[in-house]
Design a binder for this molecule. Structure first.
Ligand code: F0G
Length: 356
């Protein structure tokens, strides 16, 4: 282990809670340790007298929570002697796999649904040097192909079906418990392939078992309405939502998400695209945090739950903001509806435009 004092990523920090040994070659970009930001303006805006915290996973090195799982998955792949990784992705997993693959010196293959991933994510996979395969099909089909390929070729699958992904991602729950001194009362989270809700719940369960917390939070998972397979209880063949990150019709960790819901007394519900956009804009304008549309499903879920009085006043609430809004500038510009005033460089013109 290094004697450096500065933060060196979640494997070094939480080593004793992870399936690693001194022999594991740690591939890290110093992921994790993301800010938990108190959101009093948001609480006021939605009329809820409670402590709301936003965990901004967009501050991870590749701009999403996927880095937490990828540091584990790639380190373990390397330990096992693999020299190639593959994933299906709506964008963020591909960016993370490509970055950690580059850091590890491994060949990286990413399968993406052609035309349905945000521009920033595609540019990341390109720059990190992944082999990008854009299929004429959706995420669910891409994942099926990746499972097939990883069974038949010596290429390690790094989607969240890889258990090391979940191990890494559970560290988010540890950070929340450390920051708040206990688990929150409610944990709001977007649900796509359902790996992240599974991972957080595992983290909360493990730390409850060793008395680092006193209770489990109610796990409040939200799918996009056009991709709400778990809510509807059936696979959706053609999922649709503007939140492309969670445009998934057959979540791989479906049963585990239901288990988290049931054991914690939580819910898995859906939010509409309009509700997602409302939350997306509100988080930016009230709290100064730009997350991506899919991430805003957590806060959209909180707004919806508050309307039906499903959250108790005075409680502690954490909403996970899973990815950075800079990944998706097209949607930011489209929904901000900002009035950009153009003027000459003359100060009088500028002052007129400022309207002061
Ligand atoms: N939020 C963002 C920004 C995501 O990228 C994803 C999933 C989720 C939420 C949902 O998390 O799948 O664990 O339930 N993105 C995957 C990807 C599917 O390929 O990047 P989940």
């Amino acid at each position: 282990m290094s004697t450096d004092k500065h933060y060196q990523g979640l494997i070094n920090k939480y080593r004793e809670y992870l399936p690693v040994s001194d022999k594991t070659p740690v591939v890290t970009l110093n992921e994790g340790n993301t800010p938990l930001i108190k959101a009093d303006n948001l609480a006021k805006k939605i009329g809820l007298d409670a402590e709301i915290y936003l965990k901004f996973e967009g501050s991870n090195p590749t701009g999403s929570f996927k880095d937490r799982g990828m540091t584990m998955a790639v380190s373990k792949a390397k330990e096992e002697g693999s020299n190639a990784i593959i994933c299906a992705s709506t964008g963020n997993t591909s960016a993370a796999a490509a970055a950690y693959g580059a850091k590890a010196g491994m060949k990286t293959f990413v399968l993406i649904p052609d035309g349905y991933i945000a521009l920033g994510k595609l540019s990341q996979a390109m720059m990190y040097g992944a082999n990008i395969i854009a299929i004429n099909g959706n995420f669910d089909e891409a994942l099926e192909r990746v499972i097939d390929i990883s069974k038949n070729y010596p290429i390690t699958m790094v989607n969240s079906l890889n258990p090391y992904r979940i191990e890494g991602q559970k560290s988010g729950a540890f950070e929340i418990i450390e920051a708040l001194g206990d688990a929150p009362d409610y944990h709001f989270i977007p649900v796509g392939n359902a790996g992240n809700i599974t991972a957080y719940f595992k983290g909360y369960e493990e730390w409850l078992a060793i008395n680092k917390s006193t209770h489990l939070p109610k796990m409040m998972g939200f799918e996009a309405e056009g991709a709400a397979a778990i809510v509807r209880g059936e696979r959706i063949m053609h999922p649709e939502t503007l939140a492309t990150a969670i445009r998934i019709g057959n979540p791989a960790s479906w049963e585990k998400a239901e288990r988290a819901r049931d054991l914690s007394g939580g819910v898995i519900d859906s939010v509409t695209d309009d509700e997602i956009v409302e939350a997306y804009k509100m988080i930016a304008s009230t709290e100064g945090i730009l997350c991506e549309p899919a991430s805003a499903a957590s806060v959209a879920g909180l707004i919806k739950s508050n309307k039906t009085k499903a959250v108790k006043e005075g409680s502690k609430i954490v909403c996970i903001l899973t990815g950075n809004g800079l990944k998706d500038p097209d949607n930011a510009i489209k929904y901000a509806l900002a009035d950009v005033k153009k003027t000459s460089a003359d100060i009088n013109d500028i002052l007129r435009a400022m309207n002061i």
